[in-house]
Design a protein around this ligand. Structure first.
Ligand code: SF4
Length: 346
């Protein structure tokens, strides 16, 4: 009977060192291989040129390296790049590179599909198939970093977990990936340049606070009124705003980090003074920043971008209340790479 080989990148460095000792070799061989797997992103054992031929064969007999493959790369007229990324089992996720004058940001996926059901989101229409492994998340970042260097002459500067999936529903793998992205044994990026964007899972926000993570937190809020939020993000019925707010207060008490809120203003849904007043009340407890994001319709009539006047009303009210606000024009619309549009549509 054929035994399935294990993905070698599921092993920690310590486990890899132990594996070599069990094979009668030296533990430091584990360090060498680990460096090839992460820092040098080797796609095959064959590439590990400072490892003997016999050892490479032995690794081949025991393990596989489940690398992602960029199946299709689309480039937008505004410089945005979208990758369709094929995983070892044939499933596909998407990741995006967003260049601006001062930054190149990778927007990466954490799940195939999504466990949540936001009604305005294209990803929600795919059912959640599985969580991504840490190495699959890491590989998306490496692929985008390479593209950033190639097409924009600069390395990746920021990462947001805002692609397909709810990152806090794949907590362990997302944290493991961030550990490798920030480790000198991986990409060595500063955690301050990483933002995990969640739709708001209170229990996991508390867990992150307890673990004193160093990366930033963004919450896709879209409404600070329970009935409205539940109507557009039905899981809000299980994680109501009161619980979310308490978890965020806890996060702030532990980290003292400013909280970012992602917010789309839709016509007829949350474009009222009452809605913006509720938002001010919700986020005033800690230093906050609100990103007002332009909406990209996903071929239905229900959700439409609100008028410029409504967005201006939000902007003015938030600023008057001392809350930092930015209006984000969407990027990569012509290739369906904008926020909420990722759904493996090629
Ligand atoms: S907006 Fe985010 S959390 Fe909501 S369904 Fe889409 S991918 Fe999932």
């Amino acid at each position: 009977m054929e035994t399935k080989k294990k993905d070698i990148r599921a092993l920690t460095k310590e486990q890899l060192r132990n594996f070599f000792v069990e094979q009668g070799d030296k533990a430091f061989r584990g360090n060498q291989v680990y460096e090839w797997l992460w820092q040098k992103s080797a796609h095959s054992f064959h590439a590990m040129t400072n490892v003997s031929k016999e050892t490479r064969q032995m690794l081949e007999d025991h393990f596989v390296i489940n690398h992602i493959r960029v199946d299709q790369m689309q480039r937008s007229s505004d410089g945005t790049i979208k990758n369709a990324v094929r995983l070892h089992d044939g499933l596909v996720v998407e990741s995006v590179l967003i260049p601006t004058a001062t930054r190149t940001t990778a927007c990466v996926s954490s799940q195939v599909g999504c466990s949540l059901d936001c009604r305005f989101c294209a990803t929600a229409r795919m059912k959640r198939m599985r969580n991504l492994n840490a190495d699959e998340i890491y590989d998306q970042v490496v692929a985008i970093d390479n593209e950033s260097r190639l097409y924009h002459d600069r390395p990746l500067s920021n990462i947001v977990f805002m692609g397909m999936g709810e990152p806090l529903m794949n907590y362990n793998n997302v944290l493991k990936a961030i550990e490798m992205i920030t480790s000198p044994e991986g990409l060595g990026m500063s955690p301050k340049r990483i933002t995990v964007s969640t739709s708001g899972v209170p229990k996991m926000i508390r867990k992150m606070a307890d673990e004193e993570v160093k990366f930033g937190l963004a919450v896709s809020l879209h409404s600070a009124i329970d009935e409205v939020r539940t109507s557009i993000m039905p899981f809000n019925a299980n994680f109501p705003l009161k619980d979310l707010r308490e978890a965020l207060e806890y996060w702030y008490s532990k980290t003292k980090n400013r909280i970012t809120y992602e917010y789309v203003v839709w016509k007829g849904i949350n474009d009222t003074q009452e809605a913006v007043d509720a938002l001010v009340k919700f986020c005033k407890f800690a230093p906050s920043k609100v990103n007002l994001i332009e909406y990209n319709p996903i071929d239905d009539d229900e959700f439409q971008q609100a008028s410029d006047a409504a967005v201006a009303m939000y902007q003015n009210t938030l600023e008057r209340n001392g809350i930092t606000v930015t209006v984000r024009r969407s990027r990569g619309k012509d290739i369906d790479a904008a926020c909420g549009q990722l759904a493996n549509k090629q």
